[in-house]
Design a binder for this molecule. Sequence first.
Ligand code: SF4
Ligand code: SF4
Length: 957
Amino acid sequence: MPSLSGQWRSLADAADRDALAARAAVEFPQLAAALQAPTERRRVLRLMAAAMTLAGLGGCDDGEPGGVLIPPVRPAPATVTRSDSYYATASVLSGYATGVLVRHDVGRPIKVEGNPTHPASLGATDAIAQAEILGFYDPDRQAPIALDGVPQDWQTLQSALAAQREQLVRTHGKGLRVLTGTVTSPTIARQIGELRQRYPEMRWHRWEPVSRDAARAGALLAYGKPVEIVPDLGTADVILAIDSDLLESAPGHVRFARDVASRRNPTRTAQMNRIYAVEPTPTLVGVAADHRFIAGPRALQDATVALAEAVLTGATPSGGPPWLGPVAADLQAHKGRAFIHIGPQQPAELHALVHAANEALGGRGSTYRLIEPVEADPVDQAASLRELATDIDEGQVETLIVIDSNPVFAAPATLGLAEAVRRVPFSLAVTMEPNETSRVTRWALPQLHPYEDWSDTRAFDGTVTIQQPQAQPLFEGISAHRLLGMLLEFDAVGSLEQVQQTWRDTKADWHEALSSGLIAGTVANVSDAKLRPESARLVPPALPEQQTTLLFRPDPHLWDGRFANNAWLQELPRPLTKLTWDNPLLISPEIGRRLQVGNGDHVLVNIGKAELELPVWIMPGQARDCVVGLFGFGRNVVGRVGEGAGYNLYQLTGYAGEPLLRKGKGGVRLASTEHHDPLLATNADFARHGNLAHFQQEPRFLADDEATPSLYRYPPPGPAAWGMSIDLNSCIGCNACVVACMAENNIPVVGRDEVLREREMHWLRIDRYYEGSADDPNVVFQPVLCMHCEQAPCEVVCPVGATVHDREGLNVMVYNRCIGTRFCSNNCPYKVRRFNFYAFSRNEHRPAVARNPEVTVRGRGVMEKCTFCLQRIAAARITADIENRPVGGNEVRTACQAACPTQAFTFGNMAQSEADVLARKQSPLSYALLSDQNTRPRVTYEARIVNPNPALGARQA
Ligand code: SF4
Ligand code: SF4
């Protein structure tokens, strides 16, 4: 018999007529009487429904419940309490660190954020750091310890290493070779030092597929000893970037992007900087530049020599391209406030010349500083690898230890390393996931992920971060520290002890170092190296006159190929081509015309003994005499995601001479998103931009007209009003925000075929617009996400009310209501809605534990789109409720906002006067995308302003 207390334990319980009658007798006497009377069924049901409704309303009317609620001291079994926390570590790319904080939710790593106190991060990250969380959960990392492909146990490995140790002690390490990438870790450096002491005949080889040898050698030529350069771009009024990787991959690039962007918006800075870029193929700094000059390899070399000469002598350049004189004059007019950066692909002599020019411009100590090398024992890495290959060929290598490197895949084809490594009697590779090198070494050891182990690493300025593990190892593995220790002794201590040993005798405060993510006072010493006078006279060997030069660059997302099994990075549209899952040869429009090929058509490339047939992509703004191959694709042994995607361009490396290009047969469809989600409007000026001079005369020349008074009445404002402003002056198109949004919001990847069907799921995309001719276009990036329109066209066409407006201005998706008509997407002028054609998340290559538990995983047939990171808003609301105050104006940071290196996004609660976003929306540059649609979006933009040199006339690119 149910109780009469007003509580019920199940629907069946509540439906019991007697119980209901008894309850009604207490609460609603008339209803009880009616229930006692004999009635027909429909009337009973009607009355029951009314009773339920009244009971609910009665509850509302009762005011606050009396008494004090007391939570259980011990939660009920199986209750999972939310407890997010952050642990500092670092994201390391080719040896150099960017400090990050990893967010844990219910005890597992969920999301990467930048570390605000770390000099290389300042709170932001790049796309690769954001995607590292997916790499951590990658099931393809799971691999056994293996000898000749046969799984082995730990004891067998220890015995084998013990036998090697005995032999090495006898021979003083003769025949021992250790191969690593660039090392900045003080602990690895210390351990290798100890190895060298024990085995004086051993050799340590260092090699990275994406070489910085020219930068190293250039510094050596200029200063006579190894030094590194640390730009301070916030102080530079004029920046010249020569084939530069400053904003995309140079050590410190996340920081540099912040510094450059801090001087780009004339409403936020007293003086805009001016950027010139000279380059053979478009880069991010080239897109950000006020003047971009296209120069093929030979022209670029000549121009750099002439420019350096002009800066060094103060003379006006004679000859050369017409921009040379004005650029040299501008640099000279800003002595002490100018800086020249040259990319690592340019020869060492040009680096030395640029060092000399920078010294002449007086920027040392203001726009840049020279420091002692951050990397341990720098060497010429190409020579180091060649030496290893030669020694193997000559039978001098008995023991080869490869640590987290993949030379069999990425070394120049001419070295023939795959065959060479097979001939080494004892070869061992420790790698994060099975790869081409561990496939041919005798021993293959799985390596612990950086989130599973202790280590230390240094940033571009030398700052040390202790990398602390974020979780227990997901899979069996060994760390580099342990392995190096085991080359010395049987009972080698683990990584924690190794790292602590390095820092034990220093003043470093261990706890402070772990909690802050850096060790104070570890910035590299400023170098007192003096410029060698002869460096100002260095000229690189003249490049041969040739119709076509083959250049190589790392893929912006897969880098040298080490991230090829990361689906987020594979499917992330490349900043300029918007290509996913592929790396066609980038050719200039001119070469496309000459060969009569278009995007996706095959060409045959011959260079030296190598021949490769691959598709092409016509890259607007690329020099007419060069083609560019991107590394990172074409992996054979990497895991289920990356295997077979794209082409291995390393096959073409190591050969000198001119490549022969011929039109091939047929072609392929390339999965580029550049034509997806087009905006349609008559005033097709989506990404607005203009000149500083025009802005100074008429600041509002790009802003929206005053809003026309509306006859409609809008709902009263709620307790908060969420809004966003995106600064097109800042956005460099780096894609960090896109991956951050994927990680935060459980956005699935769909695979190459579905991208070809325009079904990619990114909630945030970076539109890239070209203007002008394909040979020399202007480029503008524009991040586009759900605009959260106050007059949302999607809401009025949804037949089931699945997309609705809330009182805080959010355009909300109710997934459970969505029946998949897609009318909303049809009616959205911004094309930001994404439809789950299949259960994409179910087919994904990531385990459920890798998802953000705060966000729903959407099923098949459901529409989804940006929520302004509603879960973050909800968390702030709860905190504010507990503290009995409104949510602050700047309290919520969306995932995209937090990740952005240039702080392009400003988000907040516009109901609070301190909200930064209010100020941004007052900017004279503020405008709404497709404002003529009268959708009243909560997302607005600040138009882009460029600062061209009046001596060069209108903006060149
Ligand atoms: Fe994605 Fe949140 Fe940014 Fe929207 S606000 S695009 S959901 S990260
Ligand atoms: Fe990079 Fe996105 Fe910021 Fe643009 S808005 S700079 S693409 S993170």
